[in-house]
Design a protein around this ligand. Sequence first.
Ligand code: ATP
Length: 286
Amino acid sequence: MRVYVTGNITVDETWAISDIPKKGSSIHGNKISQDIGGKGANQAILIARCGIETTLIAAVGNDSNGSWIREQIHAEPLRLLPEKLFPCHSDTSIIFNSEDGDNAIVTTTVAADSLSLAEITQALNGAQPGDVLLQQGNFSVEKTRSLFELAKAKGMIAIFNPSPVKPEFAQLWPLVDIAVLNEHEADLLKPTDVNTLVITHGSQGASLKTPDNHQFCAATPAQAVDTTGAGDTFLAVMLASALRRQSEIDELALTHASKAAAITVSRPGTYSAFPNTAELNALLES
Ligand code: ATP
């Protein structure tokens, strides 16, 4: 069984600045880190580190950031398609952290938007019935819908994590087998007609609802330093735990996910905070 993740991959640059700049101002800042990011890439990297055969279908630009992204992904147990570089800048998130603890984020989506349905369809050529198609909210509603329709036609399992959220995503539930949302997304999209529904509740934990199972899994206590990436870690490890055991999403999958998310929140950064392969294997065998 293989997991196909369609979504975005970005370069995340974090800058320390004294204060969020006013219109027309020119300020000094300090670039403090550069990491791989994007919800598609985050989830694909973590699923692959759990030992599941994973393909990330995401667009990388033909700029120096694109070469850097490819080098980073080369170090992960992950296949990245399409192989071509797109004639645009790679998607980037610039995260400005001000001294008072506030932040402002600027993100581009040009590369993700240039990835056509035909290119994704081609990358999914080898997908078999029973393989997984996992999508987040970075594509248009139309592209997201078409990909879930394709997944259904191929007999794949469709998983949706509608983040960043758009109200129109609520139309897609009939095409989705497994939905994973945080409280805010669930309030907006009111998922129904979904066989397996997982709602995460931050530091409280997560709930699971299936036709014959209703569970709540408390969060694993953690000294939270930076909660960014908790949701991506939770989803990836929950899915990998179930796939490794050829099981449905169950209580053990939520427990594994909550232990992994506790590691991510206890470390600064996002990619640099994710548990590594050894940590994930130890956790998934517990
Ligand atoms: P993000 O967008 O920040 O990645 P999210 O909003 O998608 O996250 P959350 O509901 O915040 O997702 O968190 C997902 C899971 O991570 C929770 O169900 C919980 O298990 C774990 N988690 C989140 N915050 C904490 C915390 N402070 N301490 C321990 N575990 C946490």
